[in-house]
Ligand binder design. Structure first.
Ligand SMILES: O=C[C@H](O)COP(=O)(O)O
Length: 245
């Protein structure tokens, strides 16, 4: 799968039983061809340890992380705790967190720093709304979101995921041309922020990625992989996306 990265985000789905079944199916389909550096699955917190135990062939990721290391912060989970249960990745700033939990760019940057401080890889999400795209503000909006969400964040252990909000869970994938254009803009901002090492950072596309659309997206120079929601819940469709990479 060349050097693309495919991350599945299970969102608020799953159970121990489902993860065990998924592991059996994915192992059968992949027949020893999984690489934990290139295939990652982000489950709800309670299932991270199960996933690490039953499917060590994939990277284990969380969907969010506290900015705090420890203390009286009821309901939060720290990056050290994630590392402790075998997690090596964490999504931060997903649009659903930004929308339902009022997460700001500055808060997302602090979370990414917390993740990196424990040696985990931060997957920082950005993306414009449909209104912003219709107004023609999408390029400027995403560029400024990248700058603000990466304030103080290191280039090491960093992945950026471009997820246009209008394409998430809607079945409407951005065209390869739309995604490639935005990924080019994001890469330019990463070069601005990190110099030449910014050019090598991976920029993933997310938003209704399916087996039928993955190949076209992965053929684009600026698209280094995918952050997959719904299609990552079934081993067969997830594996088809991985093999398209
Ligand atoms: O994190 C994944 C994205 O939100 C995409 O979700 P989706 O593939 O279900 O549209």
């Amino acid at each position: 799968m060349a050097d693309k990265l495919v991350i599945g985000n299970w969102k608020l789905f799953g159970s121990n039983e489902r993860i065990r079944e998924f592991a059996i199916e994915l192992k059968a389909l992949s027949a020893g061809r999984l690489d934990a550096q290139q295939v990652v699955i982000c489950t709800p917190y309670p299932y991270l340890a199960t996933l690490a135990a039953v499917l060590p062939e994939v990277g284990v990721g969380a969907q969010d992380c506290s900015v705090n290391t420890e203390g009286a912060f009821t309901g939060e989970v720290s990056a050290a705790m994630l590392a402790d249960v075998g997690c090596r990745w964490s999504i931060v700033g997903h649009s659903e967190r930004r929308q339902y939990h009022a997460e700001s760019d500055a808060g997302v940057a602090l979370k990414a720093v917390a993740v990196q401080q424990q040696g985990l890889c931060a997957v920082v999400c950005v993306g414009e709304s449909l209104e912003e795209r219709k107004r023609g503000d999408h390029i400027q909006r995403v560029a400024s979101q990248v700058r603000a969400s990466l304030e103080g964040v290191a280039a090491e252990n960093l992945v950026v995921a471009y997820e246009p909000i209008w394409a998430i869970g809607t079945g409407e994938t951005a065209t390869p041309e739309q995604a490639d254009e935005m990924h080019g803009v994001i890469r330019q901002v990463l070069v601005e922020l990190y110099g030449e090492s910014g050019r090598a950072l991976r920029v993933l596309y997310g938003g209704s990625v399916k087996p039928s659309t993955a190949g076209g997206l992965f053929a684009c120079d600026n698209i280094d992989g995918a952050l997959v929601g719904g299609a990552s819940l079934e081993a067969e469709s997830f594996w088809q996306i991985v093999t398209a990479a």
